[in-house]
Ligand binder design. Structure first.
Ligand SMILES: Nc1nc2c(c(=O)[nH]1)N[C@H]1C(S)=C(S)[C@@H](COP(=O)(O)O)O[C@H]1N2
Ligand SMILES: [Mo]
Length: 331
């Protein structure tokens, strides 16, 4: 019974008509003050019409950061697509539910605790998230297990820097992550149906060597500004070589542990979603192929291309992490 809920909602997402999403998105974009496809306007200049007069859009703030030094040849996904086409089941299971339902989400005050098998457990408040570690831009591909993808200019810092500060004990083999649990603010957490069958809080995990890999990012912003709530404000994980569901949003707890932690999608449908969830074009999801993906690229409905999915989402430098492992079995 519980397993059936996500199956239904996941299937629904795959079948959702582009057109209805497109028209909905137009309304939202208009309300947020975007005037053109390549607008660089901050959402602070948003008009509140879509959300109603006392229901103003969330305000993001400009960040100071070091731009991504690498010349990334791939075209960025436009900002208005990244912030209106989301998976964040705490705010509903439809792609436009998060932007519609998350604008009043309170991110300040916030507390992120770093705990468990560590010599120096600590916690960060909202301001610390932006001040304790130098911020850098990382332009990464994001590949959802549902076979769509984006190219996102994230801003954040390496998870490795945060873990180093905690001074992990040698017994720490895994890192466990937890999203905020607050059903008053997150309608999807009120009951199983609203939240797609997930048992909240949403949890995720990495092996410690994956966690300290230089590509693994804690993101606090995108497109030069703090994250909007629908993308996981105030802080979320980004693991670019794994399916998007590993990149847990709105994190309140990071725990070093000696046991492999449970992960939300694996718990819900273990035959469909593994612990590793490395992007792999040769291991299909039981209900669809993973050989290719729909790249959400241009501003127009017609500028979506089907491209081949790459092993590890193209981040081949992570391959040594899995030397000798059967990646079909450990999917
Ligand atoms: N807490 C939480 N984190 C989450 C999710 C979620 O539902 N809840 N969805 C995941 C999935 S399936 C994807 S593809 C990415 C989407 O991130 P984006 O909306 O910023 O593109 O967030 C991931 N993190
Ligand atoms: Mo996803």
């Amino acid at each position: 019974m519980l397993i059936k809920v996500p199956k239904t909602s996941a299937a629904k997402e795959n079948q959702i008509t582009d057109e209805s999403v497109y028209h909905r998105r137009r309304d939202i974009i208009k309300s947020m003050g975007f005037v053109g496809a390549s607008s660089l306007l901050s959402s602070t200049s948003a008009q509140a019409s879509f959300f109603g007069n006392d229901d103003k859009p969330f305000k993001t703030q400009a960040l100071d950061y070091a731009p991504d030094a690498k010349q990334v040849s791939t075209k960025l996904t436009p900002e208005e697509k990244i912030i209106t086409h989301n998976n964040f089941y705490e705010f509903g299971t439809g792609k436009s539910d998060p932007v519609e339902n998350a604008q009043q989400f309170k991110v300040n005050p916030w507390r992120l605790s770093v705990e468990g098998l560590a010599e120096n457990p600590f916690s960060l408040d909202y301001d610390d998230l932006f001040k304790q570690f130098p911020l850098e831009e990382r332009i990464y591909r994001l590949r959802c297990v549902e076979a769509w993808s984006m190219v996102v200019p994230w801003i954040g810092f390496s998870l490795a820097a945060l873990i180093k500060k905690a001074k992990p004990l040698s017994s720490a083999k895994y890192v466990a992550f937890e999203t905020l649990y607050d059903p008053k603010q997150m309608p999807g957490q009120k009951n199983r149906f609203a939240g797609g069958g997930i048992d909240y809080p949403y949890v995720e995990g990495l092996r410690i060597d994956e966690a300290v890999h230089p590509l693994t990012l804690l993101s606090v912003g995108l497109y030069g500004k703090t994250l909007p709530p629908q993308n996981g404000a105030p802080i979320r994980l980004v693991v670019p070589w794994k399916y998007g569901f590993k990149s847990i949003k709105s994190i309140t707890r990071i725990r070093l542990t000696d046991k492999r932690p449970p992960t939300s999608w694996n718990r819900l449908a273990p035959n469909e979603y593994g612990f590793y969830a490395n992007v792999n074009p040769s291991v299909d999801h039981p209900r669809w192929s993973q050989a290719s993906e729909r790249r959400i690229s241009g501003a127009s409905l017609f500028s979506r291309n089907r491209i081949d999915t790459q092993m590890f989402n193209g981040y081949e430098e992570v391959a040594p992490l899995y030397d000798g492992m059967n990646l079909r079995k450990n999917f």
